[in-house]
Design a binder for this molecule. Structure first.
Ligand code: C5P
Length: 399
């Protein structure tokens, strides 16, 4: 299954474009999310309305659409996917890709993407056999572009031979192959996410403002690279990632127990905002106002530090342990000290002072701290941070 995998589908202008409608449905049947992009020529063969209705997504069409650029620029669009599929890949699109021509939305995002690209060529047999197309094909495969088809057979133009776009099940199989054989195939990554709730009594609790969106995005990005992900989450408001082994917990103590149960793992990412303290001796029954004006007094006990516990494990420690540091001042100094204190390999540090709008917002401004120093990342969306972090994790533990 392709649960939670994100496919950016570039529909080129050829008669085979009609097969894309079925391709969208079959990919969705497998659990994938499909975001379609159409070239101007593609719109001569299928309507954007059909594509939008079937995909349930906005169809991206124009390069210089200000609304699109404001919502999601072409660079971001090209990266917010686990795989880019070009179907049908016309002779024109293949030539543009091979030569780095970027004159419209489709060709621009094909140049801007940092994700793998799978093409399903479709064209007249003479065009396919033409030396120029064969040269382009060689360039593209040399660049690491994956290819499915074309098949041989009767073509819409009345000729016979190679050039017919691969059938939909064949393309789906190629997509599955590409996605499930990502660099983290066979690797297990544990991710914690969300806040914890520490009970005061059965109806009241102490919580924090973490939405869990950065943790969800990281888990989704890791799934997209082929990892098996155990996702241990507190009561988060962000959408849950798909295609993960989901473990829901409430308290820090439950989170630690779930993490221990989830190990061994090749890597662990601790993105949860774990409460530092729990209420000592939380009441089993609702604490009542007694009418005397006496106020309840809460006593606190320190919660276990899950990140430090796992980082300092003598046996069974994941090869890569990543923690987060949400700081409001002296971010790099505090995060560097935190990395050493907790014993983790990397700290993803961010400035969460209220004026940054990061806590609960959609963007993040990150500095990655490791033993060799600090890497300052530009401010970007939480999904982009997740994709970049997942790619870095793959560099260390990937096959
Ligand atoms: O010490 P501080 O809470 O700033 O550390 C943040 C990092 O430590 C995060 O990665 C968080 O998930 C982790 N943490 C933890 N258990 C705790 C407190 C923090 O795993 N009790």
């Amino acid at each position: 299954m392709l649960n939670g995998r994100r496919v950016l589908l570039v529909i080129g202008g050829g008669i085979a474009a009609y097969k894309c409608l079925d391709l969208i449905r079959r990919l969705q049947d497998r659990g994938a999310q499909v975001v379609p992009v159409m070239t101007r020529a593609a719109e001569e063969f299928v309507t954007p309305l059909s594509v939008a209705a079937l995909s349930g997504s906005k169809v991206y069409r124009e390069l210089f659409d200000l609304t699109d650029e404001a919502e999601m620029g072409h660079i971001q669009l090209s990266r917010a996917a686990d795989l880019v599929v070009v179907a049908p890949a016309t002779a024109d699109l293949m030539a543009k890709m091979a030569h780095g021509v970027a004159g419209d939305l489709a060709s621009t995002l094909l140049m801007a993407t940092d994700k793998r690209v799978l093409i399903a060529p479709a064209m007249n047999v003479r065009m396919w056999d033409h030396a120029a197309t064969q040269r382009n094909l060689e360039t593209l495969t040399g660049d690491g572009v994956l290819v499915v088809g074309p098949d041989s057979g009767n073509m819409a133009c009345g000729e016979y031979g190679p050039g017919r776009m691969a059938e939909v099940p064949e393309i789906v199989a190629a997509v599955e192959d590409a996605l499930l054989n990502g660099p983290l195939k066979g690797k297990h990554v544990l991710v914690t996410s969300g806040p914890t709730h520490e009970p005061i009594d059965p109806v009241r609790y102490i919580a924090n403002r973490s939405s869990g969106s950065q943790g969800s995005a990281i888990a989704q990005a890791l799934v997209g690279l082929g990892a098996r992900v155990t996702f241990v989450t507190g009561p988060a408001t962000a959408p849950m990632p798909e295609g993960v082994d989901l473990v829901r917990v409430e308290t820090a103590a439950e989170m630690l127990a779930a993490v221990k149960k989830g190990l061994p793992a090749d890597a662990a990412v601790f993105a949860a905002a774990v409460a530092d303290w729990r209420v000592e001796g939380a009441s089993d029954s609702k604490i009542k106002k007694d009418g005397t004006g006496n106020l309840p007094v809460l006593e606190f006990a320190e919660n276990p530090d899950i990140l430090a516990t796992v980082s300092k494990m003598k046996t069974g420690r994941p090869n890569l342990v990543v923690g987060f540091a949400a700081e409001t001042d002296h971010v790099i100094d505090h995060a560097t000290a935190k990395r050493l204190r907790k014993g983790c390999d990397w700290i993803v540090a961010n400035d969460v002072s209220p004026e940054t709008g990061i806590m609960g917002g959609s963007e993040n401004d990150v500095t990655l701290i490791h033993k060799d120093g600090a890497e300052d990342w530009p401010r970007m969306g939480k999904q982009a941070v997740a994709d970049r972090l997942a790619a870095k994790i793959a560099e260390v533990i990937g096959g």
